[in-house]
Design a protein around this ligand. Structure first.
Ligand SMILES: Nc1ncnc2c1ncn2[C@@H]1O[C@H](COP(=O)(O)OP(=O)(O)OP(=O)(O)O)[C@@H](O)[C@H]1O
Ligand SMILES: [Mg+2]
Length: 187
């Protein structure tokens, strides 16, 4: 089953890659790239489904680490550290959480740093009553006048709504910190 799902994701990615080549402008190609990255993040969530446990749970710490590792390859001067509690969630929660991570890591890598690079930290904590907190922070230049401006943040907000979670973004000249709070549901 998992194998088939993975092949289906791979087929969609191949379709996009083929179509991308006949797009005239850079905008279309950038969109194709963004959609491809989102599909990869979703595919990786499905790869985490544990066949040995009852129900379909995703170990969020393992999934987030795998996502971060896939990003680290593309960014040399940027270090990414993950500190995480063991938290299990359903695939329905893992997908929006992974897509939010994808947007936040992409933003830090793309916008936060100059040529000297910098560091990103991902914290995942569990507290009482199943409340979980995912914090992504960078030590870059901060949002400046761009706070709340782009389509990325709109997407993050609608994904957080899907999770019935809450998103708060703080920015200063010392960097950007985004906190996602949600109730972790393993099923
Ligand atoms: N971590 C960050 N550090 C510095 N600036 C940031 C950071 N994240 C976002 N920004 C700024 O906020 C703007 C809006 O971000 P947003 O993700 O909404 O859009 P985008 O990244 O420009 O485009 P898209 O996400 O649609 O590809 C960015 O263009 C950038 O100027
Ligand atoms: Mg963005």
């Amino acid at each position: 089953m998992q194998h088939r799902v993975k092949n289906n994701f791979q087929t969609i990615i191949s379709l996009i890659q083929v179509r991308k080549q006949s797009l005239p402008g850079s905008q279309g190609r950038e969109l194709a790239e963004k959609v491809t990255n989102a599909i990869i993040a979703m595919s990786m969530a499905h790869e985490q489904l544990s066949p040995t446990r009852t129900g379909e749970v995703v170990a969020l710490n393992v999934y987030l680490q795998a996502l971060v590792t896939s990003f680290a390859v593309t960014a040399d001067a940027i270090s990414i550290e993950v500190v995480s509690d063991d938290i299990d969630v359903s695939i329905e929660q893992a997908v929006p959480i992974g897509l939010i991570m994808n947007e936040l890591l992409t933003n830090s890598i793309k916008h936060a740093f100059g040529p000297k690079g910098g560091s990103i930290r991902v914290d995942l904590h569990a507290s009482a009553q199943g409340l979980a907190r995912l914090i992504v922070s960078d030590n870059g230049k901060g949002l400046g006048s761009h706070a709340g401006a782009g389509s990325g943040l709109r997407l993050i907000r609608s994904l957080a709504d899907q999770l019935r979670g809450e998103i708060v973004q703080n920015s200063s000249s010392a960097g950007v910190t985004t906190t996602l709070s949600f109730v972790a549901r393993p099923r």
